[in-house]
Design a protein around this ligand. Structure first.
Ligand SMILES: NC(=O)c1ccc[n+]([C@@H]2O[C@H](COP(=O)([O-])OP(=O)(O)OC[C@H]3O[C@@H](n4cnc5c(N)ncnc54)[C@H](O)[C@@H]3O)[C@@H](O)[C@H]2O)c1
Length: 382
């Protein structure tokens, strides 16, 4: 299969490209280094330096004999993206190329505008490049579980049947995002649904929870092939921030009451989910929505797990609640359905103590590079 990966330099994009190439598919990556640029502009550089995308493609090629095609450019520029699609003729496009930081999108006008323009324009351009040059191509779009927010009812997989005044119909599940970034994902879904129902596109929208982990069959080949690892308040997930705080000997900072519950998944499972979605595509004219996570934790539960495993490794780990910089429910009902990917064949890798210990050992090796000033919240919207 010819797979085009938009955002191929990113945390998920790079492992995805290697994963497909190593399984005999033809992979092509595109990126404009937006994340590297924002990281420098906000002092949010990752813990380890990652070679740039062209260098990583060359390193992977020399170590594995698998070739990955690569172009550096902006997917929000239609002429660029259209040319790539016309020449590569993808059968699947994995669309990761967005500004993915909620705090960055809430930092001020310029950051909000960049997030809105970038994310919607890339989705719009991907749709049009497919319509014009590869109408059979399957778009696999990364959405987020954050699109749904935390409603007081069970969250369905994308769709809900509503009975109203004696009649029934099926609609997109109501969504109420908690940041501008998450709102761009809601708008992406609406845009995709419009083009699916009007022009018969073939789309999978994956509502993904926060991903953790640095290990995959290909990432483990060489340190230079590792994905980016951010631990700052802008790009760092709560898991990464806690791991680094545990190693740095500063308290794990829980935002508010810590009852915020989300569905998480291992990087290895993201790779499985993308491969399953690509190899088992929906029909034309179908918007397939799948909730992509494997287990649920509250922030307090995560902190306690990192503390327990950290202490097993001889670290002294304290947990402290701080003022919540975000506007979100700190205690809430949370019961999202997530059968679809299991039915397609997903075999989950869970967050065991061994997995957390492996990540902590990684961070311990880079202990000297930790800058604890990057971890505490620098953006507030509460
Ligand atoms: N990592 C997670 O935990 C997670 C969870 C849910 C959803 N997602 C979604 O998955 C996708 C990938 O996330 P990630 O963690 O790998 O993020 P990332 O920032 O590491 O990767 C995104 C990549 O896209 C590139 N990019 C952005 N705009 C671009 C443009 N206009 N043209 C070309 N390249 C562009 C960036 O430079 C970056 O390398 C995002 O859409 C994100 O919203 C991620």
């Amino acid at each position: 299969m010819r797979v085009l990966i938009l955002g191929g330099d990113g945390y998920l994009g790079w492992p995805t490209a290697m994963h497909f190439a190593a399984r005999g598919h033809e992979a092509f990556v595109v990126d404009n280094y937006l994340r590297r640029w924002i990281a420098r502009a906000t002092s949010s550089e990752p813990l380890m330096d990652n070679p740039n995308l062209e260098e990583r493609v060359a390193i992977f090629g020399s170590l594995s004999n698998h070739r990955i095609g690569c172009a550096i450019g902006d997917c929000a520029d239609y002429r660029f993206l259209e040319r790539v699609v016309r020449e590569f003729r993808p059968e699947a496009i994995v669309h990761y190329a967005e500004q993915p930081s909620a705090p960055y999108s809430m930092r001020g006008y310029e950051e909000a505008r960049l997030t809105l323009n970038n994310n919607l324009n890339v989705t719009f351009n991907a749709i049009w490049a497919v319509l014009e040059h590869a109408p059979e191509c399957h778009i696999i779009k990364l959405g987020t579980m954050g699109e749904y927010g935390t409603p007081d009812i069970d969250i369905e997989e994308g769709w809900i049947e509503i009975e109203h005044k004696g009649r029934k119909d099926t609609f997109l599940f109501p969504r109420q995002a908690g940041s501008l970034y998450h709102t761009t994902k809601v708008l992406d879904t609406d845009l995709l649904w419009f083009y699916v129902r009007t022009f018969g596109l073939r789309v999978t929208d994956l509502m993904q929870g926060p991903v953790y982990g640095l290990s995959s069959d290909e990432c483990d080949i060489d340190e230079r092939l590792l994905p980016n690892f951010h631990y700052d308040d802008i790009f760092g997930t709560v898991v990464n921030r806690f791991l680094v705080q545990a190693v740095a000997g500063v308290p794990l900072t829980v935002y508010g009451k810590g009852g915020q519950t989300r569905g998480y998944l291992n990087l290895r499972d993201t790779l499985q989910c993308i491969e399953l979605a690509a190899t088992k595509p929906p029909e034309r004219g179908e918007l397939r929505i799948l909730n992509q996570f494997t287990e649920r934790f509250s922030v307090n539960e995560l902190a306690e797990r990192v503390q327990r495993v950290g202490e097993q490794l001889g670290l002294d780990v304290e947990i402290r609640s701080i003022d919540n910089p975000r506007k979100e429910r700190e205690e809430h009902y949370y019961n999202p359905v997530h059968h679809g990917l299991r039915e397609l064949g997903l075999k989950p890798h869970l967050m065991t103590d061994e997995v957390l210990a492996g990540m902590l050992r990684h961070v311990l090796r880079c202990r000297g590079s930790i800058d604890t000033k990057k971890i505490l919240p620098r953006v507030r919207w509460a």
